[in-house]
Design a protein around this ligand. Structure first.
Ligand code: AKB
Length: 357
């Protein structure tokens, strides 16, 4: 019996090895970006998707993925099991603790945001070495890496490029900036003093996202959440108390444009890329612009401003606008939706469907 099961295990393992097809790993799959990204990759790609999230994967996403692992990104054993079982060709590492939540638990945020990223970078280099090929790694960074010191500095500074004001004021921003550097390190310098050249390498690419607005999901734990929260509350006919001043300005993009940006960047030939980290921007608007739009579109909506001075300082440290000319030039970034079109062609129709179902 023991011999039989040994034989079975060996044959089973060999069959599994032969059948190993490249897969895409998406962490934080249940989150805002995960929802859109899974659908987009599943629609275009013949690669199987493996997801990892702290919570069981949402039922509507399950049919589009091959394996949905429920585990913490800092649990190395769970990651090792995925590493051993699959040949991973692309990693989209979306799991993170967002800016407001991270300020309440900075050490946990550091463990998850930095520890989780380094765990995955380690898997990426191991996969690249064992496959002898390149493993692509996408990292969603954030405008939280920037830190303007005062509102006056924010007002007088125009659109800022990737190299300016990289002095974050939140643990989340520090984590994102450090992880960008880790990605660059693992892609270009990892084990450079070792005698033998490593086989395979990582191709690390990142986008510094502005505030994201999705019709499908409502963010939680972020500081740019006032925009999407206001829209969803308005559509439900509920009053909304905005936690930042009416004149607060920051850049936003819609979720379809964010997902399209990831796909465009990841499919661009490496020789065309002058950077590993890119800004993108669709529209820069004030909280009052959002309030006016929402109260015009939804007759039962009402917005008041009850400023949370502490959260306000976080948004005040973020740029009003970012310079995304490198993304436009290198990989053709061009958002489909400006502020008006975002509401007319995306948010209103999709959100109405959601709340009338
Ligand atoms: C947050 O508010 O924390 C995020 C971000 C700007 O990265 N949405």
């Amino acid at each position: 019996m023991a011999a039989f099961s040994r034989l079975y295990c060996t044959l089973g393992f060999q069959t599994e090895l032969k059948m190993r097809k490249p897969v895409v790993l998406i962490t934080g799959a249940n989150g805002e970006i995960g929802h859109g990204l899974i659908k987009s990759i599943a629609a275009k790609n013949d690669l199987s998707i493996i997801t990892l999230d702290l919570d069981p994967l949402d039922d509507e996403l399950k049919p589009q993925v091959r394996d949905a692992v429920t585990a913490n990104i800092i649990d190395r054993n769970s990651l090792e099991r995925i590493n051993a079982k699959y040949e991973i060709s692309e990693i989209y590492h979306l799991a993170a603790v967002l800016s407001t939540r991270a300020e309440f638990s900075p050490h946990t945020a550091h463990d998850v945001n930095v520890g989780g990223t380094i765990n995955l970078l380690r898997i990426a280099v191991e996969q690249a070495a064992s496959q002898g090929s390149t493993v692509k790694f996408f990292f969603p960074s954030s405008i939280a890496v920037y830190g303007l010191l005062t509102v006056e500095e924010k007002d007088r500074t125009g659109a800022i490029n990737e190299n300016q004001f990289c002095r974050p004021q939140t643990i989340y921003g520090c984590n994102k900036l450090y992880c960008e550097h880790l990605g660059r390190y693992y892609a270009n310098y990892y084990r450079r003093l070792f005698a033998a050249n490593e086989r395979g390498k990582i191709d690390f690419r990142a986008i510094r996202f502005p505030g994201l607005i999705s019709a499908e999901t409502i963010p939680s734990g972020g500081t740019s959440d006032f925009g999407p929260e206001m829209i969803h509350a308005g559509a439900r006919g509920e009053p909304y108390a905005c936690f930042v001043r009416p004149d607060t300005t920051m850049p936003f993009t819609t979720m379809p444009d964010a997902v399209a940006a990831i796909s465009q960047l990841m499919h661009t030939d490496a020789v065309q890329l002058s950077k590993s980290v890119y800004n993108i921007n669709s529209f820069s608007v004030t909280a009052e612009d959002f309030a006016n739009k929402v109260t015009t579109l939804y007759k039962n909506a009402s917005v008041t401003f009850e400023v949370n001075e502490k959260r306000q300082t976080i948004v005040d440290s973020w740029p009003a606008k970012v310079d995304d000319s490198a993304a436009r030039k290198d990989w053709g970034w061009s958002p489909q939706f400006d502020f008006d079109l975002a509401f007319e062609d995306y948010l209103v129709p999709e959100i109405n469907k959601r709340y009338t179902q």
